[in-house]
Design a protein around this ligand. Structure first.
Ligand code: SF4
Length: 253
């Protein structure tokens, strides 16, 4: 598999914020968000990668990607045996870019009842269908063109969210907000969440994540903008929390 790193860290976003996870960061993404803080994970190509030997020590073993699935699974096992973790995060890049192999990896990683979380941009629906039996959590981004500069189809994101919810996975949605967030785009995204929050989707949570300046993005929304967007969301849907990227505030990876 094309991978950039495997390590133990503190989850800094959304519903599992503060939980200790093992992160498997896979290479390749099918879109390009302006604020992306993982530029080294965007291209689906061979290259250097690193595996942490001791949880949280950053004592990296340097290797060349692609790696066999068994090597990645073994690295996760080593970290888990040294420290109990809450769960394993499959992140990227977009993990579903390697759908067949990520399904095989998830099957191995979930052995013994370990919980697997998928961090995803919510665009590759058929790839999600392959992997759902091995997942516990799905953290899905809803993309706003006015913030990330991408043109992700709303209908694709609707089908992705529907697939995750109908599979019985614990699912939440994250919207990154910025200083130039378009109100109409924002309302449509929040309305999509509200539309899904019935039946098996009851309890669906929405997280607003103020953008962290990086790359081409130079400013975060100001406090008044964050409050205004939170209020705007709450008028459409009641279960909305604002959670910034806390791992960056405490100097984590
Ligand atoms: S979906 Fe994620 S990995 Fe892909 S470009 Fe956007 S922020 Fe980066």
């Amino acid at each position: 598999m094309l991978v950039t790193e495997v390590f133990s860290a503190i989850q800094g976003e959304a519903a599992l914020v503060g939980e200790r996870q093992i992160f498997v960061r896979l290479a390749g993404c099918n879109i390009r968000c302006s604020y992306c803080d993982q530029p080294e994970a965007l291209e689906r190509r061979p290259g250097p990668c690193r595996i942490e030997r001791t949880p949280g020590r950053r004592d990296w073993q340097l290797l060349e990607s692609p790696l066999p699935i068994s090597t990645i699974a073994g690295a996760v096992d080593d970290l888990w045996e040294q420290l109990p973790h809450h769960s394993i995060s499959l992140t990227g890049g977009e993990p579903l870019m390697q759908a067949v192999r990520v399904a095989q990896l998830a099957e191995q990683l979930s052995a013994g009842g370990r919980a697997i979380m998928l961090e995803t941009n919510g665009t590759l629906v058929s790839a999600l269908e392959r992997i759902v039996p091995c997942l516990t959590y799905v953290s899905m981004d809803l993309k706003l063109a006015s913030v990330d500069g991408t043109r992700v189809a709303g209908d694709t994101q609707r089908r992705f969210l529907r697939t995750s919810i109908d599979a019985g996975l614990t699912t939440w949605v994250k919207i990154v907000i910025g200083p130039s967030t378009d109100g109409d785009q924002f309302d449509r995204a929040v309305s999509l969440v509200a539309e899904m929050a019935h039946g098996p989707g009851a309890g669906l949570e929405l997280f607003l994540q103020p953008v962290t300046p990086f790359g081409a993005v130079h400013s975060a929304p100001n406090p008044e903008q964050v409050l205004a967007l939170h209020e705007r969301a709450l008028r459409i849907y009641p279960r909305v929390r604002v959670v910034p990227q806390t791992h960056k505030a405490i100097g984590q990876l």
